[in-house]
Design a protein around this ligand. Structure first.
Ligand code: CO
Length: 364
C-alpha cells in the first residue's frame, strides 16, 4: 500500500528531475531505483529506454507497458558575445509558454539558472504590446558578462540541455498536484504503482515488460526501438491526457476532466486503439468500478503508435491521466486519477492470460 506521503515523494522526485528529450539520465536513475527491487530483470536498449521485466505465471503473452521519461526542454545553440544563450527547442513548445520563464541549464560544472528575458513594456509601442513573441528572437540570460564568462566560469557549452525550472507543489490539500513534466512523469508514476500492486498479489498470467521510454517528444523514437526489442503481444501506453475543463478550451477540442478518472484515447493523430482491447478495458473498468473517460483528439502523438506497429503489429491502447496546461512550466493533475489509472492498468494486466490475448489478437 502506498501512502499519500509516499506517493507525493515519488511524484516530486519524478517531476522535479531534469530530463529533457535525449537527456533522460536522471529520470532513468529514479525508475531504475523504483523498479529494480521488484523486477525480475532490468536492462536498457541501444537508444536508452529502460526495460524492466516482470515474470508472472506464464512466459507468454508478453504485455508491454510504456511511459516516456523525457520532458519538453531546450538545448544551448550558441552563446552571444555578450553572454546570452540562444537555444534550440526540444519538443512541441508554444512560443508564448517560453517567454519570461526560469530555466535550469545542466552544464559540466553543474546547474545554472537563467531566464528567457522579455523586453520591457516601457519601451514598446502600443501596437508592439499586442504582438506575440517569437522563439527565434528569444534568449536566456544567466547573468554572464560575456561569452567567455558563460563558458569558462559557468561551464556552459553548445548542446547543454535546458529544463523548465518549476517545483512540485500539492494544491487543494493534496487532491491536485502542480508540477512541470507531468507529460509523462505521471505515466511513469502510474506504471510504478501498477507494478507494485501486481507484485503484491497472485502472479499475473503473463510476462510484463515495463518500459520507460526515451525521446517521445521528438517523434516516439524510444518506443520504436524498445517495442521491437520486447516483441510484445499486447501493449498499454500510459500518458498524460488533455483535460478540456478550464476556461477557453471546448469539449470539441478535448473531453477529459481532471478528477473524473483515467481516460482512453479513442483517436489521436498517431493511433487508433485496437477495438477489442478498447472494449476489454471498458469492461474491466466497469467490473472493477473504476471511473473511465474517453477522449477523441484531432492532434497528439504517443508511444502506443509505435507499440501497435512494432514487428507484425500488436493490439495497443493509450490510457491517460487527464492533465491541464500540458507542455508548459506548470501543469495540474488530480491525485485520484493517478490512483485510479494505476488500479485500472493492474486490473487489465491481471486479466491478460493467453486465451484472452489470443481472443483480443484475432480479427473477424
Ligand atoms: Co507525452
Amino acid at each position: 500500500m502506498t501512502t499519500h506521503e509516499e506517493l507525493e515523494r515519488l511524484l516530486a522526485d519524478l517531476t522535479n528531475a531534469h530530463g529533457p528529450t535525449g537527456f533522460e539520465g536522471p529520470v532513468r536513475a529514479i525508475m531504475r531505483r523504483e523498479l529494480s527491487p521488484i523486477a525480475s530483470a532490468v536492462e536498457t536498449d541501444g537508444l536508452g529506454s529502460l526495460i524492466a521485466r516482470f515474470d508472472g505465471a506464464a512466459e507468454r503473452p508478453r504485455v508491454m507497458l510504456a511511459a516516456h521519461m523525457d520532458e519538453l526542454g531546450l538545448m544551448v545553440r550558441r552563446i552571444t558575445d555578450e553572454g546570452f544563450l540562444k537555444f534550440q527547442t526540444l519538443g512541441g513548445w508554444l512560443d508564448q509558454s517560453l517567454i519570461n520563464q526560469r530555466w535550469i541549464i545542466r552544464t559540466r560544472n553543474g546547474d545554472v539558472t537563467g531566464i528567457t528575458g522579455v523586453k520591457s513594456v516601457h519601451v514598446m509601442s502600443v501596437e508592439a504590446r499586442g504582438r506575440l513573441f517569437k522563439r527565434e528572437d528569444m534568449f536566456i540570460d544567466v547573468g554572464a558578462t560575456s561569452r567567455r564568462d558563460a563558458e569558462e566560469r559557468l561551464g556552459i557549452h553548445p548542446g547543454d540541455p535546458i529544463a523548465p525550472d518549476s517545483t512540485f507543489t500539492p494544491l487543494a490539500g493534496g487532491e491536485r498536484y502542480l508540477a512541470k513534466a507531468w507529460d509523462d512523469r505521471v505515466g511513469l508514476a502510474v506504471m510504478t504503482l501498477a507494478l507494485r500492486d501486481l507484485r503484491s498479489g497472485e502472479p499475473h498470467p503473463n510476462t510484463v515488460f515495463a518500459v520507460s521510454t526515451v525521446q517521445e517528444e521528438v517523434g516516439l523514437r524510444g518506443a520504436e526501438t524498445s517495442a521491437h526489442h520486447v516483441g510484445l503481444d499486447i501493449g498499454i501506453n500510459i500518458e498524460s491526457g488533455v483535460a478540456g475543463d478550464y476556461p477557453g478550451i471546448t469539449a470539441d477540442e478535448a473531453q477529459e476532466r481532471i478528477g473524473e478518472g483515467p481516460a482512453i484515447f479513442l483517436h489521436d493523430s498517431s493511433m487508433l486503439p485496437n477495438q477489442r482491447l478498447r472494449d476489454f478495458v471498458i469492461d474491466v473498468a466497469a467490473e472493477a468500478a473504476i471511473p473511465l473517460q474517453f477522449n477523441v483528439l484531432s492532434g497528439y502523438g504517443q508511444d502506443g503508435a509505435q507499440m501497435q506497429r512494432a514487428r507484425a503489429g500488436a493490439p495497443s491502447i493509450n490510457i491517460a491521466v487527464p492533465t491541464r496546461y500540458l507542455h508548459s512550466h506548470n501543469s495540474i493533475v488530480a491525485r485520484d486519477d493517478i490512483l485510479n489509472a494505476a488500479k485500472l492498468v493492474a486490473a487489465v494486466v491481471r486479466r491478460l492470460d493467453s486465451d484472452t490475448v489470443e481472443r483480443l489478437r484475432a480479427f473477424d
